[in-house]
Design a protein around this ligand. Structure first.
Ligand code: HEC
Ligand code: HEC
Length: 159
């Protein structure tokens, strides 16, 4: 005998699988060519959805002092990328000490999401080095895919 609740679960799973690619919190559209070119060369092009517009504005206001690098842009590219980031920004709150947070990896969401399955010292693992190095574990981060399917933890990184 099949239980009706099991059927409901199957239906729900099917409905979730049918969601558009950008709507599940794991797959993001990072295909904007200017963004990829200018913001995807030193690290992966981070999903715009993972920071709110205020954070992107603050970050874009300080590109000449960008985490110890100079990531300055010409005014036209700067305007285009800022517009793209604002249009695709997330809504999750990301402020600390009264200021917009500049790091995805320091947001409450990120810390919480990554604390459950990972040992606390994972970010110092030689194959990871920094929480900003998304691709160390999310092997398809470059294409905006953070799903479980492409997640591979470096050796010795599991709890
Ligand atoms: C010249 C190299 C370079 C370029 C170009 C660059 N970045 Fe970065 N970015 C860095 C470095 C270095 C870090 C710090 C990485 C770390 O902590 O391991 C960083 C970190 C970041 C972070 C924080 C990551 C986290 O969550 O910890 C964001 C967000 C970011 N960059 C966005 C951008 C955007 C948007 C652009 C394009 C306007 C850009 N970057 C262009 C070098 C660059
Ligand atoms: C050391 C490995 C590691 C690094 C580096 C890492 N992650 Fe993750 N990430 C994980 C693991 C493990 C999970 C699964 C957590 C879970 O399912 O409880 C995860 C989950 C996620 C999810 C999915 C959350 C959800 O709703 O299912 C997103 C999005 C994500 N990470 C983004 C990022 C971004 C962006 C970066 C870089 C700024 C990053 N991660 C760096 C290991 C990592």
């Amino acid at each position: 005998m099949r239980k009706p609740t099991a059927n409901l679960a199957v239906c729900l799973l099917a409905a979730m699988a049918a969601l558009p690619a950008h709507a599940d919190g794991q797959r993001f559209d990072v295909r904007n060519p200017a963004y990829r070119q200018e913001c995807g060369s030193c690290h992966v092009a981070y999903p715009p959805q993972l920071l709110p517009a205020a954070s992107w504005r603050a970050l874009m206001n300080g590109l000449d002092r960008h985490f110890g690098s100079d990531a300055s842009l010409d005014p036209a590219s700067h305007a285009e990328i800022l517009r793209y980031l604002e249009a695709n920004a997330g809504r999750r709150h990301a402020r600390a000490a009264g200021k917009p947070q500049l790091r995805i990896s320091e947001t409450r969401w990120f810390v919480h999401e990554h604390a459950e399955e990972l040992p606390r010292d994972i970010w110092k693992h030689p194959a990871v080095k920094s929480a900003a190095n998304c691709a160390a574990c999310h092997t398809a981060a470059d294409s905006g895919d953070y799903s479980g399917r492409s997640l591979r933890l470096p050796k010795g990184a599991g709890k």
